[in-house]
Ligand binder design. Sequence first.
Ligand SMILES: NC(=O)c1ccc[n+]([C@@H]2O[C@H](COP(=O)([O-])OP(=O)(O)OC[C@H]3O[C@@H](n4cnc5c(N)ncnc54)[C@H](OP(=O)(O)O)[C@@H]3O)[C@@H](O)[C@H]2O)c1
Length: 236
Amino acid sequence: MNDSRSPRPSMLLVGASRGIGLAMAEELLERGWDLVGTVRGGGRTGLHELAGSYPERLAIEPVDVTRAEQLSALRERLAQRRFDALFVNAGTANPRPDDTMADIETEEFVRVMVTNALGPMRCLEMLDGLVRPAGLVGVMSSGQGSVANNQQGGRELYRASKAALNMLMRSYAARQTGSGRSLLVLAPGWIRTELGGPDATFTLEQTIPDIVDCLLAKRERPGLEYLDRNGKVVPW
Ligand SMILES: NC(=O)c1ccc[n+]([C@@H]2O[C@H](COP(=O)([O-])OP(=O)(O)OC[C@H]3O[C@@H](n4cnc5c(N)ncnc54)[C@H](OP(=O)(O)O)[C@@H]3O)[C@@H](O)[C@H]2O)c1
């Protein structure tokens, strides 16, 4: 399996069971990467189907990003591995996107914030030691996380959770100026998945190659950037 002796580049991709994460996994495998992809729970997912086609190059690990003890256990299991990239794609949205803070239950606020901001950043803080010194560390944010571009409101809890993620990434980056790491906050565009919904502008087929291009190109540029999938800077 994909270990440190493999000549291929390797990525730990968190949240690869379906949607954008699963499609990224497939694209990366096609481009010759070795992958450890994570799923939640014990059920069979699209990633398990994909593993059938890449038995030597795709390993599946369970982790829920909201559970610190599961992240610790994952770090232990992977302690002997070194990756060229760690990317946290996992994310969620509240089912009624137009709810304001007057409508949103406190528990729902906590669930979305913990899944989209605390969870991904805990992944980075706890797992970045598995990444080579000049490797890439990134998170899946959203254009909705841009404070500067928010002229319309709407999707307010989701926006706030991704803005919180962006801010945490800036703090993380500020603590490691001068390191060789490439740090990426990615805004993939509005894509038809369970989260994006049926009215989204783009399909996975239209966007995944650009998402993966953007991520791989970022490896050449150390430091933090907030980019859309075409590599264009998004204002914070
Ligand atoms: N689709 C869009 O238009 C769009 C736009 C901008 C940003 N994004 C971001 O892109 C990422 C992927 O979105 P998507 O559209 O592919 O959504 P999706 O189809 O709903 O998939 C979400 C993924 O995140 C995983 N996940 C959710 N909560 C998790 C947790 N607590 N621990 C571990 N994994 C968890 C899910 O795993 P399970 O299968 O176990 O639930 C699934 O793999 C998210 O961060 C999202 O915010 C999406």
